[in-house]
Design a protein around this ligand. Structure first.
Ligand SMILES: Cc1cc2nc3c(=O)[nH]c(=O)nc-3n(C[C@H](O)[C@H](O)[C@H](O)COP(=O)(O)OP(=O)(O)OC[C@H]3O[C@@H](n4cnc5c(N)ncnc54)[C@H](O)[C@@H]3O)c2cc1C
Length: 473
């Protein structure tokens, strides 16, 4: 058993924890970062498999925050390549633009369906005027904004595949932020009056990508932190010790040793529910009950390596239909040519599931065989070209926004806020649907809070002005 002491202890070495460590270390603060996995990166890591490299589902870095973009560009230097983005939805044997473009959705499935969508949409608009709809779920939001035909065609199956819940149990909070740029009225007007087609707000045509995979961002963060402070990988936090007001220390465990790290300030990016379960003395019973009600969705990545130069020419392809077992594929070589050897490529398929459900429990070879069969059936690959495969299971990949989750979430956050020296950050750590940029912002913000003696829990995406201000410093 060893003991060590640092000013700041950061739990979790995904991009959120690493960003916090990077800012603290850059300012000369004394900190340590503990990461359970064998490498840093968390969900944003890149796996190396022989001569192939793949992300856990292609990761596109994008931020609207120019300060964060500059920080990343400075960090990555020449490693960033600019990658064009072109994604499609594959539905009923046809390709549709992703993000869904209203005109494409409206007219893509033939005149009969277009008429049904428009009539249904008009009916819904009148209904909305007469009876103001109560919007609680994804289904409420989409039917109220686009009509039931659009909901059934484009949203129902994919949402249920991703979340594993019926759409009337998925909170509208998730969908409203994802597809708010879509407008059928605009599409209909554009079609009738031939005005210039407008761009959906969420459409981003190009993005920055490290030529050796998204995991390089985390590797670079680590390299910079390690110039001044330790980063322990293969090191799990197993118990978080407190006195009711302050966190005192964290018990950690690695393959070779066990120990305790004391600190003055603590930053946690590990899943919120895990953090509460590790508290000692135990959290109050109602807080523990609330953690049992908050669920995460998991994912399985199945990678098929192939003896052909390219299988697709797209960034991502989405598969809403339930008869196709995976939800999305990407080909790392379309993101950077260095992700596969010359003349060979790989296709990465993402399966959405719950930990320990039937998909999760499938043997790796079953998943591989099923993926090859489906990809070959869709015409992307030939079975005889398959060279190799890899399967990676990822627990707690997506916080699950079930209708009514807020009350449990708020109870947990209220309780954790009673600890004056603890900040939670990141996607799983804050139970927010954060992309990398928001996860990084939350880590940077936590570091700044410590450096400036603040105790507050702002949400990165809601406090843009604050973020702008701290980057300027
Ligand atoms: C399939 C998929 C595709 C995605 N695509 C994109 C994309 O294109 N663009 C984008 O911006 N974002 C994307 N994201 C989101 C992105 O992955 C996350 O926003 C980001 O990686 C979150 O970083 P984080 O540090 O908050 O969390 P994590 O990466 O989850 O980091 C938390 C870390 O804590 C560690 N940990 C857990 N328990 C312990 C413990 N007890 N002790 C020590 N360490 C522990 C974990 O091992 C992990 O490394 C995608 C996510 C998924 C699942």
């Amino acid at each position: 058993m060893y003991r060590e002491k640092h000013s700041v202890v950061v739990l979790g070495g995904g991009v959120a924890g690493l960003s916090a460590g990077y800012v603290l270390s850059g300012a000369g603060a004394d900190m340590v970062l503990c990461e359970r996995g064998p490498t840093v990166g968390g969900l944003s890591r890149t796996v190396v498999h022989g001569d192939f490299r793949f992300d856990l589902g292609g990761h596109r870095f994008f931020t609207k925050n120019e300060h964060l973009e500059k920080l990343l560009k400075d960090l990555m230097g020449e490693e960033f390549v600019v990658t064009p983005r072109s994604s499609k939805i594959y539905l009923r044997g046809l390709y549709f633009d992703y993000p869904l473009k209203p005109a494409n959705a409206l007219f893509g499935l033939g005149i009969g369906t277009t008429a049904r969508i428009i009539l249904d949409y008009a009916y819904q608009k009148i209904k909305n005027i007469l009876f103001k709809p109560k919007i609680v779920s994804l289904e409420d939001w989409v039917t109220s904004n686009f009509g039931r035909t659009m909901f059934n065609l484009y949203f129902k199956e994919y949402s249920e595949k991703v979340w594993g819940l019926p759409c009337d149990r998925i909170s509208e909070e998730w969908v409203a932020t994802r597809i708010k740029g879509l407008s059928l009225t605009v599409a209909i007007k554009d079609a009738l009056f031939k005005s210039k087609s407008r761009k959906v707000a969420t459409l981003i045509e190009r993005f920055l990508y490290p030529e050796l995979g998204i995991g390089r961002i985390s590797d670079r963060f680590r390299e910079e932190i390690e110039k001044v402070n330790p980063v322990y990988t293969g090191c799990s936090a197993v118990q978080v010790n407190h006195d009711g007001e302050r966190i005192k220390s964290v018990d950690i465990m690695s393959e070779r040793s066990e120990g305790t790290v004391e600190g003055s300030q603590f930053i946690s990016s590990i899943p919120l529910t895990h953090l509460v379960a590790m508290l000692e003395p135990k959290a109050p019973a109602d807080v523990i009950r609330a953690t049992k009600e908050l669920r995460y969705r998991s994912t399985i990545i199945v990678v098929i390596m192939i003896d052909m130069d390219r299988a697709t020419d797209l960034t991502w392809i989405y598969f809403p239909e339930k008869k196709i077992p995976f939800g999305r594929i990407h080909e790392p070589k379309n993101w950077s040519k260095f992700m596969a050897p010359m003349g060979k490529t790989a296709v990465v398929a993402e399966y959405f599931c719950f930990e320990n459900d039937d998909t999760w429990k499938k043997q790796d070879h079953e998943l591989v065989i099923g993926t090859i069969k489906t990809l070959a059936g869709l015409g992307f690959i030939k079975k005889e070209d398959v060279l190799d495969s890899s399967v990676v299971r990822i627990r707690k990949a997506y916080p699950l926004f079930e209708v009514g989750y807020e009350k449990n979430y708020e109870r947990i956050i209220d309780y954790l806020q009673t600890f004056e020296n603890l900040q939670v950050i990141g996607r799983g750590g804050m139970f927010k649907y954060y992309n990398m940029d928001h996860a990084m912002e939350s880590g940077i913000k936590a570091a700044r809070n410590i450096m400036e003696g603040r105790h507050e829990t702002l949400e990165a995406d809601q406090k843009k002005e604050y973020m702008e201000e701290i980057y300027r410093k």
